[in-house]
Ligand binder design. Structure first.
Ligand code: IPM
Ligand code: MN
Length: 289
C-alpha cells in the first residue's frame, strides 16, 4: 500500500505526525511538501511531480492548508480544490458518529466551481449544478442510506435558489423512486441549521450542495464537541470511472489554525480519525477487488 501525505500549513504537520502511527507496518509513505512555505519560496502550488506521485498512490492523507501570509483563496483553490478536481473527488463524506449523523456533501460543483467575475463595483459567484454532478452525488447518498437503513434528507434552498434547488429536487425525487425502502425528507438549509441544534435526531443522512455542506458540517462539529474531532473523506467512490489509482483525499474538517500553530495544543483526533477512514475505505476497496 502506498499513501501520499500532504501535511500542509499551520497545525497540519502537528496533527498528521501522530496520525501516521495508525498506518500499518510496511505502508509506503510519499511526502508531498505543498503548502505555504513552498509557495512563498518558489511560487509553486501543486507541481506535476506532486500530481504524479498522488495519482500513483492508493490514497492521500491531507493535513490543512491556509496561511495568513498568503492571500485568501490562493492555497485553498490552488492546492485543496485543485486536488479535489484533478482526482474528481465528487463526494465529501463527513460522519458525526456522536450524533448518529452523516453528511454527503457534493464536492465538485455548486458555488465552489470558480465561475464568476469581479470588477470594482460588481462581484458575481455562479453556482454550477449539472444533472450528472447532482445525480452521482444523490445516488451515492441513497446507496449509503439504504445500506445503513437510515433516513435521507435533501437540504437546499429551493424557495430562493429556484434554478439550482429545482434541479436538485427533481433529481432527488427521480432517484428516490428507485429506492422505495429509504425514508426521505427535504428541508431548507436555514431550517436544517435550526433543527440540527434543536432537534437533531430527525436527521440521519443529509445530502446537500457543496457550500451548504461546508457550513452545516462545521455546525455539526460544534454540536458534536468541536472541530478537533471531525474527519472527512473526499472520494471518487466508483473504481470504474476513477481517474487514477487514488481513491480519495482524507482530511480533518478543521483548517490550519495559524493562531494555535506551534503551541502544542492542536488536537490530533480529527487527523487520526481521517486516517482510520482512509484505512476503512482502502479495506472496502480491496474486498471488492
Ligand atoms: C473544508 C474547508 C475547505 C472547503 C476550504 C479550506 C477550501 O473549509 O474542507 O471544509 O471550504 O471545502
Ligand atoms: Mn469547511
Amino acid at each position: 500500500m502506498r499513501v501520499s501525505v500532504l501535511a500542509g500549513d499551520g497545525i497540519g504537520p502537528e496533527v498528521i505526525e501522530p496520525a501516521l502511527a495508525e498506518l500499518p507496518q510496511g505502508t509506503e509513505v510519499v511526502r508531498i511538501d505543498a503548502g505555504a512555505e513552498r509557495f512563498l519560496a518558489t511560487g509553486e502550488l501543486i507541481t506535476d511531480a506532486d500530481l504524479d506521485a498522488i495519482k500513483g498512490s492508493d490514497a492521500l492523507l491531507f493535513g490543512a492548508i491556509g496561511d495568513p501570509r498568503v492571500p485568501d483563496g490562493v492555497l485553498e483553490r490552488g492546492v485543496l480544490l485543485r486536488l479535489r478536481k484533478e482526482l474528481d473527488l465528487y463526494i465529501n463524506l463527513r460522519p458525526f458518529p456522536e450524533l448518529g449523523l452523516t453528511f454527503v456533501r457534493e464536492n465538485s460543483e455548486g458555488p465552489y466551481a470558480g465561475v464568476g467575475e469581479r470588477t470594482a463595483d460588481l462581484a458575481t459567484e455562479t453556482s454550477i449544478n449539472t444533472r450528472k454532478g447532482i445525480e452521482r452525488c444523490i445516488r451515492f447518498a441513497f446507496d449509503f442510506a439504504a445500506k445503513r437503513g437510515e433516513r435521507l434528507h435533501l437540504v437546499h434552498k429551493t424557495n430562493v435558489m429556484t434554478y439550482a434547488g429545482g434541479l436538485w429536487r427533481e433529481v432527488f425525487d427521480e432517484v428516490a423512486a428507485e429506492f422505495e425502502d429509504v425514508e426521505t425528507g427535504y428541508e431548507h438549509v436555514d431550517a436544517a441549521a435550526y433543527h440540527l441544534v434543536t432537534d437533531r435526531d430527525r436527521f440521519q443522512v443529509i445530502v446537500t450542495d457543496n457550500l451548504f455542506g461546508d457550513i452545516l458540517s462545521d455546525l455539526a462539529a460544534g454540536i458534536a464537541g468541536g472541530l478537533g474531532k471531525a474527519a472527512s473523506a473526499n472520494l471518487h467512490p466508483d473504481a470504474s470511472t476513477r481517474p487514477s489509482r487514488c481513491l480519495g483525499l482524507f482530511e480533518p474538517v478543521h483548517g490550519s489554525a495559524p493562531d494555535i500553530a506551534g503551541t502544542g495544543t492542536a488536537d490530533p483526533t480529527a487527523a487520526i480519525r481521517a486516517t482510520q477512514m482512509m484505512l476503512e475505505e482502502l479495506e472496502k476497496e480491496s474486498a471488492k477487488a
